[in-house]
Design a protein around this ligand. Structure first.
Ligand code: ADP
Ligand code: MG
Length: 326
């Protein structure tokens, strides 16, 4: 069998089983946005996450500046810390660079990385034949009681997201099309090149007992919500008329004839948080969230009983798939 036959998530679950069984009490390994390691004699836990970006798979050097790439590479890792309710403490950066990479390119990359203000404590540097490879590990911290997992959704919970869906996917299409220019297009392209990790939102939501499951949207809600459903053993319905869509996205999809719901649910790289909230606390939580952040918590559906599956409401029978490698 080839890896492409197994798929990204099939491959991960092949590794997960035996390693996860051998873990000490309180530890959590493969399967969530971060691993969890309890700190001794403390109510705090360490959160650890790592993500790799490979040239031509995750980025094209002609379409992203080194500053933006440095910013984005760390942003996607910080987003995983946010998604568990943690705050980032330290980072490690490993890079493989072709020998003819400009030192100025790398300086600018590091400036973008530094913009997040999280310390860099180590890493590794090596050469590669042709393509740039970036791997980042982030160490975060959280109170044990504030950690949010993918596995804690319950039937009846409302499903929410902390920001617009689909902007990044549309931005990528515009970039590949070479459609630079209008302010509206540029806002979508920026969402793709420089996603903001929802750290403050994640930490705030982590402290709320009414928030049950949480993760970040990296592959698209269609794929990422399925991770929550599989981990929690339940199903969901999503009302596609409730998706938070920016005006820029709506305009671009009309202009280009793209399927707006397909982009919003399957495009990925939004790096907003996807969470489930106790239905009895949802209204109060949303009001306090609005007061704290001046932004809406967007409710898009509800967790239901049943086998892991998503029923799309208002989608005229369309089905949606998130991004997966292989
Ligand atoms: P995310 O998109 O949140 O970074 P992924 O889908 O990349 O999460 O990974 C899902 C889970 O599988 C995570 O817990 C991650 O640490 C784990 N994982 C992914 N690849 C590997 C690997 N090669 N070895 C061990 N664990 C892995
Ligand atoms: Mg994640």
């Amino acid at each position: 069998m080839k890896i492409k036959d197994l798929g990204e998530f099939g491959l991960i679950s092949r590794i997960a089983g035996s390693f996860n069984e051998a873990l000490p009490a309180g530890w959590q390994g493969i399967g969530d946005d971060c691993a969890i390691i309890p700190q001794e004699n403390s109510s705090q836990v360490w959160l650890v996450t790592t993500d790799m970006l490979v040239e031509k798979i995750h980025f094209l050097t002609g379409k992203i500046t080194p500053y933006q790439l440095g910013y984005k590479s760390l942003a996607v890792n910080l987003s995983d810390i946010a998604s568990m309710g943690g705050n980032p403490v330290a980072t490690f950066l490993s890079v493989a660079l072709p020998p003819d990479t400009d030192t100025e390119w790398f300086d600018r990359f590091i400036q973008g990385y530094k913009a997040h203000g999280v310390p860099l404590l180590g890493g590794d540097t090596t050469s590669s034949e042709r393509d740039i490879v970036i791997n980042i590990t982030v160490l975060g911290q959280s109170d044990r009681s504030s950690v949010k997992r993918r596995s804690d959704a319950r039937p009846g919970d409302l499903i929410a997201v902390t920001g617009n869906l689909g902007d990044s996917a549309a931005g990528l299409r515009l970039l590949l099309d070479g459609s630079l220019g209008t302010e509206s297009h540029n806002s979508l392209i920026k969402a793709h090149l420089m996603p903001r990790p929802h750290l403050a939102e994640g930490e705030w939501l982590g402290r709320e007992s009414g928030v049950h499951a949480m993760m970040d949207v990296s592959d698209g809600v269609a794929s990422d919500l399925m991770h929550i459903l599989r981990a929690s053993g339940c199903a969901a319905r999503v009302d596609t008329s409730c998706l938070p869509l920016s005006e820029a996205l709506i305009n671009a999809t009309v202009e280009k004839g793209w399927n707006v719901r397909g982009l919003a649910l399957g495009g990925g790289e939004d790096y907003v948080l996807l969470l489930t909230v106790s239905s009895s606390q949802a209204e109060d939580l949303a009001a306090r969230y609005r007061e704290e952040f001046g932004q809406e918590l967007h409710f898009i559906g509800q967790i239901t009983e049943g086998e892991p599956d998503i029923r799309w409401i208002g989608s005229n029978g369309e089905d949606y798939q998130g991004f997966t490698h292989f």
